[in-house]
Design a protein around this ligand. Sequence first.
Ligand SMILES: NC(=O)c1ccc[n+]([C@@H]2O[C@H](COP(=O)([O-])OP(=O)(O)OC[C@H]3O[C@@H](n4cnc5c(N)ncnc54)[C@H](O)[C@@H]3O)[C@@H](O)[C@H]2O)c1
Ligand SMILES: [Zn+2]
Ligand SMILES: [Zn+2]
Length: 370
Amino acid sequence: MRITAAVSRPGQPEPRLEALELEAPRPDEMLVRIVAVGICHTDLHEHPGRHAPQPIVLGHEGAGVVEALGEGVRGFAIGDHVILSGSSCGQCPSCLAGRPTYCDLAMPMSFGGKRLDGSTSLCCRQGDGEPEKIHSHFFGQSSFATHSIVPERTAVKVDKSLLLEMLAPLGCGVITGAGAVIEALKVGYGDSIAIFGTGGVGLSAVMAARLVGAARIVAVDINRARLDLALELGATHAIDAGGEEVTRQIRAVTGRGMSFSFNTTTVPAVHSMALDCLAMNGTAGFVAAPRGEWAPAMFPMLAGGRQLRGILGGDANPRLFLPKLIDYWTQGRFPFDRLVTTYGFDEIGKAFHDCEAGTVIKPVLKVSEA
Ligand SMILES: NC(=O)c1ccc[n+]([C@@H]2O[C@H](COP(=O)([O-])OP(=O)(O)OC[C@H]3O[C@@H](n4cnc5c(N)ncnc54)[C@H](O)[C@@H]3O)[C@@H](O)[C@H]2O)c1
Ligand SMILES: [Zn+2]
Ligand SMILES: [Zn+2]
């Protein structure tokens, strides 16, 4: 079928809308009409072609309506509303243990730009020549598009009464921040946590830390407006990362350092702070690698029994975790909709630039009517 999708091509400042052709779903796949799709910083990182091959359709916070089913799909019906979240094989030990973000095939399935058999679902046909292959299946979805072919395992069914344009960011940014706090670090009553970077991921972590009853939630950023929002959403302290003696200020909140830190930045100096602010036996979780040279100071990690922990997709199993977050959201106890700014699909370039500039937290493109 003919669709419209935003394609990332080498040298282009932002993805541009093009007419493409989309295959029919394979037996384990579904055709989803995209209603809305969030933009995550990983889309910004990948647009210039960091890990994934080009040309490619990015987008990995899709939400939409099932329009066709492969003959092997059992868990969905045409007309179901779904949010899309990650891709995994379903067969490896991690998948069998219900930990799909650590699927043995997570990297090729998320960033490979194709199915595992090497095929893509998209092509660009101009004139009578050989069609140009366009990479697809980014995080099992490539949802900067009017329609997407997704493996059944990528989709999570949601109630039809809920606004898909609000639910879209759950699939990556929100699950990553909230899952890191609840599922990975298992922050709880009486704990303290410093959250570095209060973008979509960090603010989701702030809200989750409040939800689980953390006693001290310290938000750290260089963006004052975001720190103010963090205080509204549950942070007990907000610290300007550009200020003096930031680590000392954070440690002083409890008098002995933090039980946890969660770093959403790529700044090497912040990776150091996220370890230095820990109390004895504390854990520093991170979701993005430092840009540039960085090595942890090993002796304080040893002498303090401290841990440094990479976290993918918040450690969370989307089909179990996202319905719980939606439940808290509908009760008003996890107001992640406060992060969202909506744009038309044809405004994707502006949304990318606003996201990069930090003037919006979670841009969501409205692609079609539910
Ligand atoms: N591991 C995963 O599963 C996963 C999933 C989603 C996103 N990510 C990554 O997480 C990161 C965060 O995503 P996001 O959408 O929240 O991005 P974002 O840009 O909205 O948030 C980052 C925040 O860090 C702040 N910041 C920048 N420099 C700082 C400094 N020196 N000190 C303190 N704060 C500083 C920025 O002002 C911003 O608010 C991205 O790198 C993204 O690629 C990882
Ligand atoms: Zn797997
Ligand atoms: Zn993401």
